[in-house]
Every structure is written in structure tokens, then in C-alpha cells.
Ligand binder design. Structure first.
Ligand code: ADP
Ligand code: MG
Length: 465
């Protein structure tokens, strides 16, 4: 199913696919100026005009670019950006040096472009397609309240949570919801990285007052991933003033972060205490039902016929990151588009293998535990499971029995069978003994911890050498 493409054709096809799904201004601002240099051995080299440009593309479009290219070529791709401000990369922009915000270029007409262009809200991230479960119910309710221009509640709103749990989705949703109350509302969404870069550009170009004006005029400021401001003192100071100016005039501020404010130790105290003065909500990893609902919802968005049992199969295995869930779904969708076969669990298992690695619960057998203990104590299996009562054998034996009970689903009689067919009460006795010895014995506790880790991680050969 693989076809060879010249890099020019491949990039053209990719752009055509991306044009379909990205709004025109962003497309012209961010993708049009990218030049494809070469496509060799699965590596696609793209030339971009600045570091800022590269960072923005990486955080906003890289994943989509890769998906598109992979969809077209049918093989994995690595995208490499090279920064090269070639004269043709940004027509007519060289002497002006205004590269802070490519989206702004459409508005230039020869004059100075705005120092800070509007970064478009992502129409795919709305409250309508945000699935609510226990993990995000409170954040969702708070977000809805903040989006209502009438409401004065919760300022600032701080949303924190792990990667891929929906913080960015929520922020775009808040912005778009506010615009449904009136398109005149001035909503700015940006990541703190973009804030920082634009700030640096503004200093460089001596256009600070313009930069400040942009922010002071907003009704709602959505600042994503504030943890990126860590250590950037001047940007933090600038944001502190922006924050105060907005707050004092009753404008709304929503901030997201990967940690709660008190754990953002590289952010100035005065800024953290501003965050803490508002409402802090967290987004937790979703439970199984929510994950299934998200998968089914996304499948519908992609017009993909995803049987519930397959959704459950995938959701049971990908637990911590919704982006990863989506990745799984896209893989299935791509496969179906090609084969036109219905999705069954076996297909999912086969296609998603690499994605599920590390997520699938590791099945641990008594045999695996025995092998690990033998290896650690330098015994052979026969001695471990036999009836020799020398201490050299009984201690490892009891530990292996204890671990078998802790780490597998086996019953006492089952374990007894695997330890030389002894009486199951002796198994119970061994478990109790080890548990008792563990109390207060740090050495023994460490040993158990170590062995547990070894058993979970090491792929033992089935036979003992
Ligand atoms: P974060 O910013 O927290 O890292 P994102 O907002 O980028 O995470 O979410 C990752 C992906 O998961 C996005 O595509 C988003 O649409 C999706 N997602 C996250 N939470 C939900 C949800 N509750 N319902 C539907 N999709 C969600
Ligand atoms: Mg995010």
C-alpha cells in the first residue's frame, strides 16, 4: 500500500488535506509559509522562517501534519523543522522584521502589522463535544459559568490537570461559548509560550506599548499552560501587570497549568497568590465509562462505526491520556478507510499493539515469581518448591509464596499445587509469617519492593537456565 512521492507532491497533498480542516487565516499564516525541502527515508524536512514559527507549528500542527503525511504515504514519518529565514519564506517581510505573529500578515497591506495577532479558537473544541464525567464535572461547570458574560463568578479560574486530559479543549470551549453571547466580545486565547515569545519580539521591535494595549482590551484572556512561564522572570512580571490590569477592570481570566498553583514553585509568589485567590479546579483522568463515551463521541465525529465492545476494549487499556485515546481511534479509522472492514477487537489488538504497550495490565504468574526469586537467591526451582527445611531454602520459599499471593489471583490451594503440592494451610502460614516479618523490618521491606519491581519488569525466559 505504499506509494513513492516526490517531496513537492507529498507536501502539496498534505497542504490540501490540512486546508480542509484549518481555518483560512491560520492556514495562510502558519502553513502556507512552510517550504518542504526534502522527503527521504521517512523523514520530511520542512523549512520554517523562525524559531518562534517552529515552536508554534510544533505545539499546534505537528501532530496533524504527521497524521496527514502518514495517511498519504501509508508509512510512519518524522517531521524535521529547519529554521531558515529565506527571503521567499515570508514575502516582503524581511525588512519589517515583524515575525511575531504570522497570522497578522494578512492585515499588513504594506504598513506595520499588529504586534500580536489573534490566535484562532479551535472550532473542534467546544462544550458540545466535551464529554462530562466525574473527573471533569466541576471544571466543566466552572467553565460554563465563566463563559457567561453576565456572571461575575470565579475570577480568575485556574484549571489544572495532567497531559491530554482536556485543559486546552476546555479553554477553547469557554472562549467560543462567550462569543455565542455576542460576537463583539474580545477573547484572546494563547499559550504562555506564545505570550513569552510575543513579549520578547515586542521588546526587540520596541513595540511594548502596542503589545500591552492588545491585552488590556480583552474581555476574556485564556492563558494556556502557565507552567511554561517558570523561570522566565520578565515574562512573569509582564503577565503580572497584565493580570492586574484585567482583574481590576473586571475582565475575566482563565489559566491552565499542569499543577496546582502552590506546586508551581518556579512561578513568582505574587503571581501564584493571584491564581490562588480565584477558583481552582482540577481535571482528573477519566473513569472507564467516560473514556468509552469520549471514544464513541469522537467516533461519531469521524463518522466511524465503532462497536461498543471495541470502544470498551480500547478504553480499558488506555487510561491516562485522552489524546492517546484519540490517537487509537484515528488509527482504527485510517485502517477502516483503507480496508473497508468493520472494526473488531482483534483488529484493534493488532493495530494498537505498540500504543497499548505499557498500558496493558501485566499478567504475572506464580512461575514468573518463582523464577525471579530463584534468580535473586541463586537457587534452582526444585529446591525452591521442594521440602528441604534448611533456612537457605525456607526464607526464599516463603517470600516466593507471599509474592504469589500478593501479585497473582491464585488461591491458596492453587499456590500450594505450584509449590510441590504441599498443604494449603502451610501456604497460608507462610504468607502470614512473611507479612509479620515485614512489619518494622526495613531491610525485608526493601527486598520485597525490589523483587516486586524485578518481577514486573523483567521478561524472564520461561525456563530456568
Ligand atoms: P491538555 O490540554 O489537558 O493536555 P487537550 O485539551 O489538548 O489536553 O485534550 C487532548 C485531546 O483530548 C483533545 O483532542 C480533546 O478534544 C480531547 N478531550 C479531552 N477531554 C475531553 C472530553 N472530556 N471530551 C471529549 N474530548 C476530550
Ligand atoms: Mg493543552
Amino acid at each position: 500500500m505504499t506509494t513513492t512521492f516526490s517531496h513537492v507532491t507529498l507536501w502539496e497533498k498534505t497542504l490540501n488535506a490540512l486546508r480542509e480542516e484549518i481555518d483560512e487565516e491560520s492556514f495562510e499564516g502558519w502553513l502556507q509559509p512552510v517550504h518542504c525541502k526534502q522527503y527521504v527515508n521517512g523523514e520530511l524536512e520542512l523549512r520554517v522562517p523562525s524559531d518562534f514559527f517552529r515552536n508554534w507549528l510544533t505545539s499546534n500542527y505537528l501532530e496533524r501534519i504527521e497524521e496527514c503525511v502518514e495517511g498519504i504515504t501509508g508509512r510512519p514519518v518524522t517531521v524535521i523543522f529547519t529554521v531558515d529565514p529565506a527571503p521567499d519564506a515570508i514575502p516582503g517581510d524581511r525588512d519589517q522584521g515583524d515575525r511575531a505573529a504570522p497570522g497578522a500578515r494578512s492585515a499588513t497591506g504594506g504598513g506595520r502589522s499588529p504586534i500580536f495577532a489573534r490566535f484562532p479558537l479551535n472550532p473542534n473544541y467546544t462544550f458540545e463535544n466535551f464529554i462530562v464525567g466525574e473527573s471533569n464535572r466541576f471544571a466543566n461547570a466552572a467553565g460554563l459559568a465563566v463563559a457567561d458574560p453576565q456572571s461575575r463568578a470565579y475570577n480568575p479560574l485556574m484549571i489544572y490537570g495532567g497531559v491530554g486530559l482536556g485543559k486546552t479543549h476546555m479553554m477553547h470551549a469557554i472562549g467560543q461559548r462567550m462569543l455565542t453571547y455576542g460576537p463583539h466580545f474580545n477573547v484572546i486565547y494563547l499559550s504562555s509560550e506564545v505570550f513569552m515569545n510575543s513579549f520578547i519580539e515586542a521588546i526587540r521591535l520596541k513595540r511594548m506599548s502596542e503589545f500591552r494595549d492588545c491585552f488590556r482590551k480583552v474581555d476574556l484572556l485564556l492563558l494556556d499552560d502557565v507552567q511554561f512561564l517558570a523561570g522566565a522572570e520578565r515574562s512573569q512580571t509582564e503577565f503580572f501587570h497584565t493580570f492586574n490590569a484585567l482583574f481590576d477592570t473586571g475582565k475575566k481570566i482563565v489559566i491552565s497549568s499542569d499543577h496546582p498553583p502552590k506546586e508551581l514553585t518556579d512561578i513568582e509568589e505574587r503571581l501564584r497568590s493571584r491564581f490562588e485567590a480565584g477558583l481552582i479546579v482540577d481535571i482528573q483522568p477519566p473513569d472507564l465509562e467516560t473514556r468509552v463515551a469520549i471514544l464513541l463521541g469522537k467516533a461519531e465525529e469521524h463518522s466511524l462505526d465503532l462497536p461498543q465492545e471495541v470502544a470498551i476494549f480500547v478504553a480499558e487499556r488506555i487510561k491516562t491520556n485522552i489524546r492517546k485515546l484519540e490517537g487509537a481511534l484515528k488509527k482504527l479509522a485510517a485502517h477502516c478507510a483503507v480496508t473497508r472492514e468493520p472494526i473488531v477487537i482483534d483488529t484493534a489488538r493488532r493495530l494498537l499493539g505498540p500504543l497499548l504497550a505499557g498500558e496493558e495490565p501485566i499478567k504475572i504468574s506464580v512461575e514468573k515469581i518463582q523464577l525471579a526469586v530463584c534468580k535473586f537467591f541463586d537457587l534452582n526451582l526444585h529446591d525452591l518448591t521442594g521440602s528441604n527445611r534448611a533456612r537457605k531454602y525456607t526464607v526464599p520459599r516463603q517470600i516466593a509464596i507471599y509474592l504469589s499471593r500478593q501479585m497473582t489471583d491464585c488461591s491458596f490451594p492453587e499456590i500450594a499445587r505450584k509449590f510441590g503440592g504441599r498443604d494449603h494451610t502451610s501456604i497460608m502460614h507462610a504468607c502470614r509469617k512473611v507479612a509479620r516479618e515485614l512489619e518494622g523490618d526495613l531491610n525485608r521491606q526493601n527486598l520485597i519492593k525490589y523483587l516486586t519491581k524485578l518481577i514486573k519488569e523483567e521478561p524472564f525466559s520461561e525456563k530456568l537456565a
